[in-house]
Design a protein around this ligand. Structure first.
Ligand code: HEM
Length: 497
C-alpha cells in the first residue's frame, strides 16, 4: 500500500521532470526527417496502430515520406519505407545501421547478448556470427540438412493424404507450422517431436510466449521505465519463460552428452556447437551460455518464419487460380509419374521459385526489421543521431510503387527472367534484410519452402471449402513481430496421384 501511495505521489513530479527534459533535448539546427507531430511526453504513442504497425507506418509514410521521424516517449524512431532510402541506409551507411535495440526481455533470453540476433554491433558479434555462419550455415552444411527436410516433407504428405481420403478439411497453417517445426527440431537437436507429445506442446508454448514478451516489454524499456515492467508483471513473465527455455535447453544438452544418445543427434546443430566448445582454437571461446543463446536464435528465427511463409504462399495461390494452375502444370509436367520431387527438379522449376519470391515480397514474415544506429549519419540531407531506433518497413518496401508495377497484385511472372535474389542487394526486395545483419538462415529457409511447396502442389489438388469463393479467403494479419495470418486457412484437399 505504501509503495502504491509513493508511486501515486511521485508520478506527476516524475512526468513533469521528463517533460522538461525531453523538451530541452531538441537541438535548434537539427534537421530531422519529417514526421507526424506528437504530444509532449508521450510523443506519437497515441497515434500508433498496434494491431498492424507496418500498414499504419506505410500509410503515414505516403504523407511524410520514405524517411520518417517519430518519437515514442523519449525514444527517437526513424522509419524507412522505400527501396531508395533502404539502399542509402543499409548499403551506403551499413555500419551505422548494423546495431540492434535493447530490450530487457531480449537481454535475458539471449544470455546477456551472447547470441547473434540481439547482440549489439561489437567485435564479439562479428566473430560469433562468422563462426556460426561458417560451421552451421555454410552451403555444405545446409546441403547436409536436405535429407531431413525431404523426409519430413514426405511425412507431411502422407498425413495429408490420409486426411484427403477421409474428405476432412485441412488447417493449412497448422499443418505447415508442424512440418517446419519438425524439420528444425531434427536439424537443431536431432529429435522428432511427436505433435501430441508434451515436448512438442512445450516447444509451441515457449515460441509463442517468447515473441509476445519481447513486444510487451519493449515500450517500457524504451522510456527507461523498467519498473513499469515490474509493476505490470512483465518482468516475472520474462523470468518464467526464461526458466522454461533454460531447462528445455539443458535437457537437450544432457541428452546430447549421454554416451548412449541416438545416432540422429550426430552432427545436428547442437552437436556441432558442443564440438565448437571443445575447440580451443575457435575465434570465440564458447561455453554453455553461448550454446543456449544460439539454440534460441535458431528456433525462434527459424520456426515461425518459414511456416508462416508457406501459409501465405497457399493463400495467394488459392486467391489466384491462374497462378495456381501455372505452377502445378510446371511441376507436374516436369515430374510426371515419378511420385517424388527431388533437389534437381527444384532447380528446373522457375515459376515455383517465382511464386516463393512473390510471396515473400507481398507477405514478408518479418514485416519490419528493428535496428539501432551505431553512429550518427546523414541521409537525404536529414540527420539521424546515434542510438536512434530504426524500423526498416520491409512490407512497405516490397510494395513501393516507385519500384514495383502493380505492387499490390500477386504476379509471380515479375520474377521470371530477372536476377533478383535473396542476398539483400535488390533493395525493393529484402525479406531477409540487408547489410551486415542479413539473415544467415535464408538458404535453409528457401530450400525448405521450395521443397515443401513443390510437393504440396504436386501431390494434391487444393479446393476452397463448399459455400466459399476465392474472395472469401482473407489476407488479414495478426499483430506481432511475425506476419501471421490472422484467420486460419481451411482447405479441402484431393489426392492427385
Ligand atoms: C522465411 C524465413 C525467414 C525470414 C523471412 C527471415 C528473415 C530475417 C530477417 C528480416 C532478419 C533481420 C535481418 C536484418 O537485420 O537486416 C533475420 C535475421 C536472422 N535470421 Fe532469419 N529469417 C528466416 C529464417 C531463418 C532461419 C531458418 C534461421 C536459422 C535456422 C534464421 C536465422 C537468423 C539469424 C541468426 C538472424 C540474425 C542475424 C544477425 O543479427 O546478424 N532465419 N532473419
Amino acid at each position: 500500500m505504501n509503495s502504491l501511495l509513493f508511486i501515486f505521489l511521485a508520478l506527476p513530479i516524475f512526468i513533469v521532470f521528463l517533460l522538461i527534459a525531453t523538451q530541452n533535448k531538441s537541438r535548434p539546427n537539427h534537421r530531422r526527417p519529417p514526421g507526424p507531430k506528437g504530444l509532449p511526453f508521450i510523443g506519437n504513442l497515441h497515434q500508433v496502430d498496434v494491431s498492424k504497425p507496418h500498414v499504419w507506418l506505410a500509410k503515414i509514410s505516403h504523407k511524410y515520406g520514405p524517411l520518417m521521424y517519430l518519437k515514442v516517449f523519449r525514444l527517437p524512431v526513424v522509419v524507412i519505407s522505400s527501396a531508395d532510402v533502404a539502399k542509402k541506409a543499409l548499403k551506403l551507411n551499413d555500419v551505422a545501421f548494423a546495431g540492434r535495440p535493447y530490450t530487457s526481455a531480449s537481454l535475458r533470453f539471449s544470455y546477456d547478448h551472447s547470441d547473434i540476433i540481439t547482440s549489439f554491433y561489437t567485435d564479439y558479434w562479428r566473430k560469433m556470427r562468422k563462426m556460426v555462419v561458417h560451421h552451421l550455415f555454410s552451403p555444405q552444411k545446409i546441403r547436409s540438412f536436405r535429407p531431413v527436410c525431404e523426409d519430413e516433407v514426405s511425412r507431411m504428405i502422407a498425413a495429408i493424404s490420409n486426411r484427403a481420403s477421409s474428405n476432412q478439411l485441412i488447417d493449412f497453417g497448422e499443418t505447415v507450422w508442424s512440418f517446419n517445426c519438425d524439420v528444425l527440431c531434427r536439424v537443431e537437436f536431432g529429435k522428432i517431436l511427436d505433435q501430441n507429445s508434451t515436448s512438442s506442446r512445450r516447444f509451441h508454448k515457449i515460441t509463442t510466449q517468447f515473441a509476445a514478451c519481447i513486444v510487451e516489454t519493449f515500450f517500457a524499456d524504451s522510456v527507461v521505465f523498467g519498473w513499469i515492467n515490474k509493476l505490470s508483471g512483465a518482468s516475472r513473465r520474462v523470468e518464467n519463460i526464461f526458466e522454461d527455455l533454460d531447462s528445455f535447453y539443458q535437457q537437450l544438452i544432457d541428452e546430447h552428452l549421454d554416451p548412449n544418445r541416438p545416432e540422429s543427434m550426430n552432427n545436428d546443430i547442437l552437436d556441432l556447437l558442443i564440438q565448437l566448445r571443445e575447440d580451443h582454437s575457435a575465434a570465440v571461446k564458447i561455453d554453455w551460455k553461448h550454446i543456449k543463446a544460439i539454440l534460441m536464435n535458431v528456433f525462434i528465427a527459424g520456426t515461425d518464419t518459414t511456416g508462416t511463409s508457406l501459409s501465405w504462399a497457399m493463400t495467394a495461390l488459392m486467391k489466384n487460380p491462374s497462378a495456381m494452375k501455372k505452377v502445378q502444370e510446371e511441376i507436374r509436367s516436369l515430374v510426371g509419374n515419378k511420385r517424388s520431387v527431388d533437389e534437381d527438379d527444384i532447380e528446373k522449376l522457375p515459376y515455383l521459385k517465382a511464386v516463393v519470391k512473390e510471396t515473400l515480397r507481398l507477405y514478408p514474415p518479418v514485416p519490419f526489421t528493428p535496428k539501432e544506429t551505431t553512429e550518427a549519419c546523414i541521409i537525404d540531407g536529414y540527420e539521424i543521431d546515434a542510438k536512434t531506433f530504426v524500423l526498416v518497413n520491409t512490407w512497405a518496401i516490397g510494395r513501393d510503387p516507385e519500384y514495383w508495377e502493380n505492387p499490390d497484385e500477386f504476379l509471380p511472372e515479375r520474377f521470371l527472367n530477372t536476377s533478383f535474389d535473396f542476398k539483400g542487394q535488390d533493395f525493393g526486395f529484402i525479406p531477409f534484410g540487408s547489410g551486415r545483419r542479413i539473415c544467415p538462415g535464408a538458404p535453409l529457409a528457401i530450400a525448405n519452402m521450395e521443397m515443401a511447396l513443390a510437393k504440396l502442389l504436386y501431390f494434391f489438388n487444393w479446393e476452397i471449402p463448399n459455400g466459399m469463393t476465392k474472395e472469401d479467403i482473407d489476407t488479414d494479419s495478426s499483430a506481432g513481430i511475425i506476419l501471421h495470418k490472422k484467420n486460419p486457412l481451411h482447405l479441402r484437399v484431393k489426392n492427385y496421384i
